[in-house]
Design a protein around this ligand. Structure first.
Ligand code: PLP
Length: 427
């Protein structure tokens, strides 16, 4: 059965698109909303940037805050999660011998950021080894706590991991690290729109999420949330006017700047102006929240439930095609709207040449798109930046979004069945 919602997206109907996770996909009405913002910007750029934008950003932050369970004043719009991780980690200073803790399920680019700053300061990156397949969320917590030392200063963990698509127990991790005096940066690139969020309850020092993935906002829409006590000193990657802007008010950075504009802090002032850029993807995020949440009765909780249900179906169908156990690779509770499964290490599907990022393409990935019109990513795990002593395995990662239906999953399972059989279809 095709998805009854597929027509709302601009995706090519000739392609079975099972890779919502890498870059998201934006519905047409949301792109139209972005176009309207652009028209308004271009009609009077000075009015838009100099006079209207602060209030417009405050409204967009307020809509976002209600969705992710955060005070809007603690949220800053950024272009993407990679940029937010850069802003936080590069703003921090470490002493020689300090340890930056992460794990081997993290995204290649964000581990690179840790390595860059560790090299700058003479610190060390410690990579916890989390099993895959994984038996429980407790295993994830234990793998991290086993490598905490008195020198651990920062932990970087994903809410939903990129190569392995697992929901990590971030509430427990943040609390366990906090008990040991360690601040956490949560990489929630996949979480908004996939999982219900309450950032104030999670309580991480910093949390970043993409809106262009599962919220289906236009590309370049993401946020950084900084806990109030960890905002000072966190600076955007672009230093601009906010660095010496007069904050006004009582000088404590606590006063309200104007109607609907929020608290006048250095954090706000710096992140709200990162040079001239196109802010329309941020402004259109409100329409994405409204439109996608309005596509099904029951709103966002139902969107998330439906996507997860299709993921569990994809897990069973593809696991069967690959000869894996039905409950691969994790308990149901650790799966959201993506699932990653190990490809065989021998036989026709064991093609060599896996890359390291979503921009590289594995030979099987290429074959699925060229021969079957199926777009689905295949990643190496662990990623190269994890510097694992183990050889990388190949994972196929299937996304289930509202534009997907059961027939997309069935097509993939049938293609893998065919390619995995001795002959496969001729290329
Ligand atoms: C866990 C994780 N972190 C960071 C990113 C990077 O997202 P972006 O390219 O939007 O910065 C991704 C993208 O897939 C991801 O899965």
């Amino acid at each position: 059965m095709p998805s009854e919602h597929a027509g709302e997206w601009a995706l090519d109907p000739a392609i079975t698109f099972l890779n919502h996770g890498s870059f998201g996909a934006c519905p047409r009405p949301v792109l139209e909303a972005q176009r309207r913002w652009r028209d308004r910007l271009e009609a009077q750029p000075v009015q838009f940037f100099a006079r209207d934008l602060p209030g417009l950003l405050a409204t967009a932050r307020s809509d976002l805050g209600a969705f992710v369970g955060a005070d809007p004043d603690d949220l800053a719009f950024v272009a993407n999660a990679t940029g937010a991780v850069n802003a936080v980690v590069r703003s921090l200073r470490f002493a020689p011998g300090d340890e930056l803790l992460t794990n081997d399920h993290e995204y290649n680019a964000t581990i690179n950021v840790l390595r860059h700053v560790a090299e700058r300061d003479g610190a060390r990156v410690v990579v916890a080894r989390v099993p895959f397949p994984v038996a429980s969320a407790d295993e994830v917590v234990r793998a991290h706590l086993d490598v905490v030392t008195g020198r651990t200063r920062l932990a970087l963990v994903s809410h939903v991991t990129s190569p392995t698509a697992l929901i990590f127990p971030v509430d427990e991790l943040v609390a366990a690290f906090a008990e040991r005096g360690i601040e956490t940066l949560v990489d929630g690139a996949h979480a908004p729109g996939m999982l219900p969020l309450n950032l104030d309850r999670i309580g991480a020092a910093w949390y970043t999420g993409n809106l262009h993935k599962w919220v289906c906002a236009p590309k370049g829409s993401a946020f950084l949330h900084a806990r109030r006590d960890r905002q000072p000193g966190i600076r955007p990657n672009t230093i601009s006017h906010g660095a010496n802007a007069v904050l006004g008010g009582d000088g404590a950075g606590e006063t309200v700047r104007g109607p609907g504009r929020g608290r006048a802090t250095r954090y706000r002032a710096e992140f709200d102006w990162q040079g001239t850029l196109d802010p329309t993807a941020w402004l259109a995020a409100s329409e994405a929240l409204r439109f996608v949440g309005g596509l099904v009765d029951g709103g966002w909780p139902e969107v998330m439930r439906r996507n997860r249900e299709l993921t569990l179906r994809a897990r069973s169908a593809v696991a069967a095609a690959l000869g894996l156990p039905e409950n691969s690779p994790a308990p149901d509770a650790m799966l959201g709207s993506i699932v990653a499964l190990l490809l065989p290490t021998s036989g026709p599907l064991a093609m060599a040449g896996a890359g390291s990022s979503p921009l590289d393409t594995d030979p099987l990935q290429r074959r699925l798109v060229d021969q079957y019109g199926i777009e689905v990513p295949i990643y190496p795990w662990p990623v190269p930046a994890a510097s694992s002593p183990d050889p990388a395995r190949r994972l196929i990662r299937i996304s289930s979004a509202l534009h997907n239906g059961p027939d997309d999953v069935d097509r993939l399972a049938a293609a893998l069945d065919e390619l995995g059989s001795a002959s496969g279809r001729p290329t």
